[in-house]
Design a binder for this molecule. Sequence first.
Ligand SMILES: [Zn+2]
Length: 397
Amino acid sequence: MSLLKPSFRRALPLIAVGLVGAGAVAAPVAGAAAAGSAKPAAPKLTASLTPKAASTGQTVTLTGKVKPAAKRTIRLEQATGKTWKRLATTTSVKKTGAFKLTLVPATVGTIKLRAAATKAGRSKALVSSTQTIMVSAAVTPPCCKTNPSPTPGSTPAPVTGPTPSPTPAPTSGPIITPSAARPSFRAIYAVASDQTPVAGKYAAITASANATNDWFATQTTGGVRPRWVRDGGGAIVVSTVRLPRPAAAYDTATFASLVSELGVAAPTPANQKTVLWFDVKSPNGCGVTGSGLSVLFEAACNIHPATSDVFPYGATYLTAHEMTHNFGAVASCAPHASGGGHVADDNRDLLYAGAGARDWANITLDPGHDDYYATGNPACPGIESSPYWTATSDPLS
Ligand SMILES: [Zn+2]
């Protein structure tokens, strides 16, 4: 942590300014000049929380320093009503006064934390400013929050709406799959309580999923592709599922709440994963994958499946991206894993989420096969061994 570096001392007053007002400090805070002067620093306890927002089960770290530097007992405290409850205790480093405390929040909501140095000899008790963290439900892997719109701007132009089509109407209700079926993705067209199913959506989803599958076959060993639940004629089955809340509610709904509602409306068979197209916004980005469920939030980034879809246009890139997360990529052990199931080293990578623009003309499934596909590294296996790949379109093969 940079807090432990001596060079950080100069920046400390600035950090302290950012925290002013939220909590009490036992002694008057010395001016910025104190950091550079020879005078002993006024007793002070600074603390900073990383990250500022977390999901349940994620480790949150409170780092800080006590001044003057000394070995002191430091508590991590949480506001519970008007009192502060001790969660953990550590000891600051004698030479630097630095300390580090961690917490793994288990419940969703806002948590107020602070560090407190207990009274010791002539040293007064000190408390840091209050640090607030938002805790949301865990989504594994958290996905795509930072993605720019994955729709390329060049031709063929992305189609922004489903195309009316004479193809069969979507089927209703949960999918019943032959028990003999191998592990498969099921396609769901989700409809909010106040939405009307759009004619042609079935054709748009199947076309987009087929185009995505065709691209996967160009990338994989042996030309395998994701196995989908298909009908007797070999077509991908799209099931329409009505969800209980109006569309506006889903615009801000947590992913975890969607997972649980789908679990009631259309429980997932044990040998299936789900790809769900839903024309609502999302607080989490264009697409999210977790718990075996990939959701394409169509209105979030105006990305809709269409019969004209060809990779990487329309919804195909996003579908491939989320399905690859659903296969289990990118494991945190991958050499270029950058967190959240992404890599940051190569802008051609399907799961690239670095700072630069994607190389849309050359999107590749793990270029160089060094992170998550056919890496040949038994210590960090890739997704090529997943049972959800198939060499044919036969759901029983
Ligand atoms: Zn992603």
